[in-house]
Design a protein around this ligand. Structure first.
Ligand code: CA
Length: 234
């Protein structure tokens, strides 16, 4: 990822399509929607690019020179949970099953209306993505945390957190999907030598919810009764 990209928060989409005119048309449409788009023209390039980038979604053509779309999908899936939408001219339902078995999240048959494809992309980007990390950046759903700059944003809007709130959120995000006990949170975020109020975790969870969840329809901070807390979409 180049330095130029650091400031830009638009979702990044990798378009894997060997038909140059279609790839170009898709790129223009997607860029018009505000996405950052790059194109890979064959299966080998797709696998290489998929592993080097911090992608939010991959549009993957099925019929490709080199590796076909199924193979690309399986190889990408071994290393990444990035959403994958398959594109294909084939009508056979067997391909859909094979595509989903290979780890694709969705499937759009060519020829498609661009509006339908855009709707599927939006839906997929909204949906819960499992913990996605590039070492510095943590993302859960539309919540993005940058550890080096200690910045947090949700749905593209910056959220100001105190230092402790940030540490709590980052700890939950690092363990997204796992239930963290109050004790684990207390020890990690406040330290083993903390002797303050025993309900400090509950209090800070409340602060955090007010900032990152209350303004949004989808809640990310989940209470697991009698156990602790987890960060995930529903
Ligand atoms: Ca093709």
């Amino acid at each position: 990822m180049s330095m130029d990209d650091k400031g830009s928060k638009a979702p990044r989409i990798l378009v894997v399509e060997d038909e140059a005119s279609l790839a170009r048309a898709l790129q223009l449409e997607l860029e018009h929607e505000g996405y950052r788009v790059e194109v890979a023209g064959n299966g080998y390039e797709a696998v290489a690019r998929a592993s080097e980038g911090d992608w939010n979604l991959i549009l993957l053509d099925l019929m490709l020179p080199g590796l076909d779309g199924f193979t690309v999908c399986r190889q990408v899936r071994q290393r990444s949970a990035v959403p994958i939408i398959m594109l294909t001219a084939r009508e056979a339902t067997g391909d859909k099953v094979t595509g989903l078995d290979a780890g694709a999240d969705d499937y759009v048959a060519k020829p498609f209306a661009i509006e339908e494809l855009l709707a599927r992309i939006r839906a997929r980007l909204r949906r819960s993505t499992p913990l996605h990390q590039d070492g510095n950046r943590l993302a859960v759903g539309d919540l993005v945390i940058s550890r080096d700059t200690r910045q947090v944003e949700r749905a593209g809007r910056p959220i100001a957190l105190t230092r402790r709130e940030f540490d709590l959120l980052a700890y939950l995000a690092e363990n997204a999907g796992l239930v963290m006990t109050r004790e684990a949170i207390l020890n990690h975020v406040w330290g083993f030598d903390y002797y303050g109020e025993t309900n400090v975790v509950e209090v800070y969870i409340r602060y955090l919810r007010a900032k990152i969840d209350e303004p949004y329809p989808t809640k990310l901070v989940q209470t697991v009764r009698g156990v602790g807390y987890t960060l995930r979409e529903a």
